[in-house]
Design a binder for this molecule. Structure first.
Ligand SMILES: Cc1cc2nc3c(=O)[nH]c(=O)nc-3n(C[C@H](O)[C@H](O)[C@H](O)COP(=O)(O)O)c2cc1C
Length: 371
């Protein structure tokens, strides 16, 4: 039914307008108690066996909403109602900014992909912190806060901008993510080089500890799929050295080789980050590499091209404790979360593993033993 609706309504609309319309409906549903109870019961079933713990946080399951969908923390309960077990808000920057000029979001329907060059459009750390502070949660869920650099702040002063966001947002973050991997803020991805990343992550860690003294806010870094393999290893080693809690792999890609010849050439040439199905293979590869390098010392979050329960299961076997998605939600609609949960529970049941935690990284360990 959703696919028909998508073809008849959303597909004819500008993708960003469709996003805002869907958002309005979700927020409306969550404000209506009877409706939200009904929707949550139908779309967010809880499976005891999928209960997950990651960086000290308990979750209903491993499947979460990737950053970028709810940039300003306006739909945390709504997305929780739709079955996401954790919600990563942001990217939030130190200062509010409008992002890039429109049009900046494109659907490559035949490739089940998106290209975006949103450019961190968001209300800024002060406004988002105020919203989080005044929030009365309807559903209990884990909220991650993803932070990035304000565009006008020079690369050399990036740490100050991230620290500002940390000081404002860490009190409301169940976990914090340093995003250095969006292709749409000039120079941002240079911060992935270890000589830039080390002082940046150290400064954010110190700021989080200074600001929140009652608990240790887990700190993660989100990386690009376009890093060379040796740079993936270098980030992994740095994360271990600094005692980071997690790595999120991956953000969108600037590569286009994985696209078939299905989508219109004019769309394929749009600048920005590519997400969805064509990102699947590389994101999985980066995740495997990370797990082989860090094992259980750091929690890995797999994201990029996850479309169904089998994809999510493959990420878990490749080392992901948590999995996230964004693009496939646009194509699959509100029943997506339910399908992923159901499929994951079924896979776990027929697998040789007693718990989801036992399955994490099992494929990589097997390959290492065989080698
Ligand atoms: C429209 C759009 C906006 C995004 N914005 C952000 C963002 O602000 N911060 C971020 O870390 N990732 C952002 N992402 C990347 C996603 O979080 C995710 O890493 C990527 O899309 C791969 O997952 P997917 O294939 O399931 O979409 C965005 C993705 C899309 C499609």
């Amino acid at each position: 039914m959703y696919k028909l609706f998508f073809r008849l309504v959303f597909k004819r609309m500008d993708p960003e307008q469709a996003h805002h319309l869907a958002f309005r409906w979700i927020r409306l549903a969550v404000r209506t108690p009877v409706l939200r109870t009904f929707v949550a019961a139908a779309l967010a079933p809880r499976y005891e066996e999928l209960r997950t713990e990651a960086f000290g946080l308990r979750m209903h399951g491993p499947f979460g909403l990737a950053a970028g969908f709810d940039k300003n923390a306006v739909a945390i309960d709504g997305m929780s109602m739709l079955g996401f077990d954790h919600i990563e808000i942001g990217t939030v920057t130190g200062e509010a900014q409008p992002g890039n000029p429109k049009k900046r979001l494109f659907r490559l329907v035949q490739d089940r992909a998106l290209i975006n060059r949103m450019g961190f459009n968001n209300e800024g750390s002060l406004a988002v912190a105020a919203r989080l502070a005044s929030r009365t949660p309807v559903f209990r869920t884990v909220v991650g806060v993803n932070i990035g650099k304000t565009k006008v702040v020079p690369e050399a002063e990036a740490a100050g901008d991230y620290v500002k966001s940390t000081e404002r947002l860490a009190p409301y973050a169940d976990y914090l993510v340093v995003n250095v991997s969006s292709p749409n803020t000039p120079g941002l991805r240079n911060l992935q080089a270890t000589e830039s990343l080390r002082p940046l992550l150290t400064a954010v860690r110190e700021a989080a500890d200074r600001t929140v003294t009652s608990r240790r806010v887990p700190l993660l870094v989100k990386i690009a799929p376009d890093l060379a393999d040796e740079d993936v290893d270098a980030v992994a080693d740095l994360a271990v050295e600094l005692g980071l809690d997690g790595i999120i792999a991956t953000n969108t890609t600037i590569a286009r080789e994985s696209l078939g010849l299905k989508s219109e050439p004019s769309l394929v040439e749009e600048a920005g980050g590519l997400s969805g199905a064509p990102l699947k293979a590389r994101s999985l590869e980066v995740l495997r590499r990370l797990y082989a390098r860090v094992g259980d010392r750091i929690t890995l979050v797999g994201v990029g091209g996850i479309e169904n329960a089998e994809d999510a299961w493959q990420r878990i076997l490749a080392g992901a404790t948590l999995v996230q998605g964004y693009s496939a939600f646009i194509y699959e609609g509100p029943f997506w979360g339910r399908a992923i949960h159901k499929g994951l529970a079924a896979r776990l049941l027929t697998s040789p593993y007693d718990t989801l935690a036992d399955a994490v990284g099992a494929d990589v360990r097997k390959a290492e033993e065989a080698a």
